[in-house]
Design a binder for this molecule. Structure first.
Ligand SMILES: [Zn+2]
Ligand SMILES: [Zn+2]
Length: 362
């Protein structure tokens, strides 16, 4: 039997290639993919801006699939639910090797071998290292969680990156009941962050330079919208955020990926509060920063990169227990698997917030 996967053949160039489907080794799972999404970082990878996932690798890290074959020894997911062929599961897109210094310190989200599966050349078996394929091979060091029957594949398709990422970010911000949380950026991540911080009992403010995006964040649980186009410049944006939150938010979560927004986010925190940086991941982008002001503010700056693997289980539970939220709307345009180039193009041009690839919904 053969399957097809999507290979980054050169920066900016994508190829769909056929490979043999091998039986999974011990501890592995072979998935038949149902859906995958184009996450923002996929566009960076497409253009060769990822340090490890480069030309020759397989694209795709977000998505959901159905178990095609179980490797020997795999009988349950990481929450203890029994697994069998045909079950739908989601998996961490990275590995937690449990044998490196970071893992040994209990910081599996910083595992130095996190991408050793995904960053393997597509020509190397088991070939299906990414989610943009008819199949996806999950290694023994990726955490898998069964998808409850009540949760649709579309609703859960962004759980293993977008939702888990901001879930971990909200935990990093130590959000407490009744606190004011300012979510900076109302794209897919901002929408998820609005939902999670609302669930944690916060009063949620969401700020955005593209005000058209604010409505969806409100649907997902934000209480107040801050239209940053009302301000003239960076100073004005900070003032607007501080004024709206009554002197600064307890926790600001920066999801923008804009270096200047990082500096502005720190200034939008109340004295002694916490700023969580998630959006800025590209190296060699700079911003003016006032360390004296920062030190006097007593603000803590924290980074959230990837997530503790068990957060994926919490994210799935969160979707299951909040059916009132329009989870399926996180994916605002669907593309056929063969049209992966169009999906990437739509994501890059920001015509859509999150493009979905429909691979096999049966
Ligand atoms: Zn992602
Ligand atoms: Zn490790």
């Amino acid at each position: 039997m053969k399957g097809i996967t999507t290979v980054l053949s050169a920066p900016g160039e994508v190829d769909q290639r056929e490979y043999d489907l091998a039986d999974p080794e011990a501890g592995e799972i072979l998935l038949k993919m149902i859906r995958a999404n184009v996450c923002g970082s996929e566009v960076h990878i497409l253009h060769g801006r990822h340090p490890l996932v480069t030309a020759g690798c397989v694209l795709g890290h977000e998505g959901v699939g159905r178990i095609d074959r179980l490797g020997s020894g795999v009988t349950s997911d990481f929450a203890g639910h029994h697994l069998e062929e045909g079950d739908r599961v989601v998996a961490t897109y990275f590995q937690v090797c449990r044998r490196c210094p970071e893992c040994n310190r209990g910081q599996g989200h910083l595992c130095r071998n996190s991408y050793s599966g995904w960053a393997t050349n597509a020509d190397v078996a088991p070939h299906f290292h990414g989610t943009f394929g008819t199949h996806y091979s999950i290694g023994p060091n990726q955490f898998v969680y069964k998808v409850p029957d009540s949760v649709s594949s579309k609703a859960v398709s962004a759980a293993n990156c977008a939702l888990s990422q901001v879930y971990a970010g909200c935990e990093t911000g130590e959000i407490k009941m009744g606190q004011k949380v300012l979510v900076l950026g109302a794209g897919g991540l901002g929408v998820c962050a609005s939902a999670v911080s609302n669930r944690m009992g916060a009063e949620v403010y969401v700020a955005e330079m593209a005000p058209g995006r604010l409505a969806k964040a409100m649907e997902f649980g934000a209480h107040h919208a801050v239209d940053l186009t009302q301000a003239e410049d960076g100073g004005g944006r900070v003032e607007l955020m501080r004024e709206t939150t009554g002197g600064g938010a307890d926790v600001v979560i920066d999801l923008t990926g804009v270096p200047d927004a990082f500096s502005e986010a720190v200034k939008a925190v109340r004295p002694g509060g916490i700023m969580v940086s998630i959006g800025n991941i590209s190296p060699n982008k700079f911003t003016q920063f006032d360390p004296g002001l920062f030190t006097r503010s007593g603000v803590q700056i924290r980074a959230a990169i990837r997530y503790p693997a068990t957060v994926l289980g919490k994210a799935v539970n969160f979707i299951e227990s909040s059916p009132h939220l329009p989870w399926e709307d996180l994916v605002d345009a669907d593309f056929a698997f063969n049209d992966v180039r169009d999906a990437l193009k739509a994501a890059e041009s920001r015509e859509v917030t999150r493009a979905g690839l429909v691979i096999d919904e049966n």
